[in-house]
Design a protein around this ligand. Structure first.
Ligand code: HEM
Ligand SMILES: [Cu+2]
Length: 496
């Protein structure tokens, strides 16, 4: 970094965690890893139940499905917010108390969700789509549904605090959010090459995910009111629109926060600069708008939707992810090409994440086409695509940061040489089984499967077992490494 850094920016090359920062970072990391493993075991339970290898009562299957969906989506959000925090704090002054408050609210929310599901019997899926949670035909109580929604509200408040703090801190250094996004350089002018990509990405996420979470909070409050005052009826279509604006936004925000690890770490392992450019700024600015208006691709079978919104959903689906994705993957490949890359766990995971994101997007775009969606809607094609980019794209970004932070303190480098390919192999078998099952029209969210579908269920279970073994090894190494670690990460090759 050089003198053109804006006044007030903090020690950009220095990633040392203070004692308190390290405690909070470890809380995030270790909790996230443990929840991931636990939720993966719940996922395996579902897949093995579909395989008829274990017996799970259907009502329990839907409880497990609800806990797995909500738990995974929340935890990937929590883990990627730690990625954003870790790097953004180098450029702007974030409040550690607020970062901690986000963690505490998340944990309180998680307890509420788990109690609602496993004590209250709530099984209306993480998408809490009206009117199922409110009218469960006696399977669970209104209180259980309300407790689940309260859990979401707690988690949402935590994230909102984190993003508001990030925006406050960004504005203090860059004077406004537009300048932080680099909008002043969209059409002309010399781009300040030292402007951090992390600041651009964080600003985009803070704006868009705050809007998404507000939409979620509004719809959750509407639903809670409806539970206790059923005479206040809701417009189901409006509720679905708000719900998917929130759901689509929240899960996409995890990619946009996770990718910061690629921008920050890749150049250090390749030893090459990874400079900011006009296409980069354009793609983040345009994705800021598109990610918010693309959600109607979840409502293509809702024929009462205004036709133009569905057409928009299809067209924007082709465009929304593409700019950020293209500049990132192209930039990453150009960065790696003939660079004499230092191959270790963080750099391997970063390259894997580029592959997983790229390959996971393809089935999503296919399904974002109205004529295809008529066939593939609510088949296992859908969990096929999102497990692809989450397991092989976003989770590796998170793991890359964790391995980077433990640096030389990793307990055993040789066993990771085995666990890394095992993770990829298991992951591919697992996600391709979903996609293949979707291809023959296996419905998603079915507790009980027809005999024709069992082969896919069983190969999926085997893939999941391999992946979970690898994940257990990663988890153990990272936790041991974190507890040994001085906390400033592997600073060798740091090019700022
Ligand atoms: C070993 C790893 C995993 C296994 C075995 C697994 C398994 C499953 C299964 C069997 C389903 C239900 C599929 C169906 O509809 O028939 C499911 C749904 C889901 N999974 Fe996973 N999963 C894993 C990892 C993840 C991860 C890492 C995430 C996110 C970060 C995730 C998020 C979800 C979501 C959001 C759903 C949708 C739930 C719903 O339909 O309401 N999963 N998973
Ligand atoms: Cu979406």
């Amino acid at each position: 970094m050089n003198a053109s850094q804006p006044a007030g920016a903090l020690h950009p090359a220095n990633e040392t965690l203070t004692r308190n920062e390290r405690i909070v970072f470890n809380l995030y990391t270790i909790s996230a890893l443990m929840v991931f493993v636990l939720m993966m075991l719940l996922g395996l339970t579902m897949r093995m139940a579909q395989s008829t290898w274990i017996g799970v009562l259907p009502n329990v299957f839907y409880q497990v499905m609800t806990a797995h969906g909500a738990g995974m989506v929340g935890t990937i959000g929590l883990a990627t917010s730690a990625v954003m925090w870790f790097f953004l704090r180098k450029y702007v002054k974030l409040s550690l108390s607020i970062f901690l408050a986000n963690y505490v609210l998340f944990m309180l929310g998680a307890v509420a969700l788990l109690a609602a599901v496993f004590i209250g019997g709530y099984a209306g899926a993480w998408t809490f789509l009206y009117p199922l949670p409110e009218h469960p035909m006696g399977l669970w109580s209104g209180n259980a549904a309300a407790l689940f929604m309260l859990g979401y509200l707690l988690i949402g408040v935590g994230f909102l605090l984190f993003y508001l703090d990030a925006m406050r801190a960004i504005i203090r250094v860059y004077s406004n959010l537009g300048r932080a996004l680099g909008l002043q350089w969209l059409f002309s002018g010399d781009i300040d090459k030292s402007h951090p990509k992390t600041v651009v990405a964080s600003t985009m996420v803070a704006i868009t995910n705050s809007i998404g979470i507000l939409a979620g909070a509004i719809v959750l409050v509407m639903c809670i009111i409806n539970i206790y005052f059923p005479s206040v009826t809701l417009n189901a279509l409006l509720v679905k629109n708000l719900t998917y604006l929130f759901g689509h936004m929240f899960i996409n925000a995890s990619i946009y926060m996770g990718v910061i690890a690629v921008y920050e770490l890749l150049p250090r392992y390749s030893g090459r600069p990874y400079p900011i450019s006009r296409p980069f700024l354009w793609s983040w600015a345009s994705s800021l708008v598109m990610v918010l208006i693309v959600y109607p691709h979840h409502l293509m079978m809702d024929y009462v939707m205004p036709h133009w919104m569905l057409v928009m959903g299809q067209i924007i689906s082709y465009c929304a992810g593409l700019p950020v994705f293209t500049v990132t993957v192209f930039g990453a490949l150009a960065n790696i090409y003939r660079s004499g890359m230092r191959w270790n766990m963080p750099s391997r995971l970063l390259v894997l994440s580029m592959f997983g994101w790229a390959a996971g997007i393809v089935p999503a775009i296919i399904d974002g086409t109205i004529s295809v969606n008529k066939l593939m809607h609510n088949t296992q094609w859908v969990p096929g695509h999102f497990h692809f980019y989450l397991l092989l794209g976003v989770l590796p970004m998170v793991l890359a940061l964790m391995f980077h932070v433990i640096g030389q303190n990793a307990p055993s480098r040789s066993s990771d040489k085995l666990s890394f390919p095992l993770y990829i192999l298991g992951g591919l078998i697992f996600v391709l089984s979903f996609l293949a099952a979707g291809h023959i029209s296996t419905p998603r969210r079915f507790a009980v499967h027809l005999p024709e579908w069992l082969t896919y269920d069983q190969s999926g279970s085997i893939g999941a077992i391999l992946l979970i073994v690898a994940m257990l090894v990663f988890t153990l190494h990272i936790i041991v490494g974190l507890l040994r670690s001085p906390g400033h990460g592997d600073s060798a090759h740091a090019t700022g």
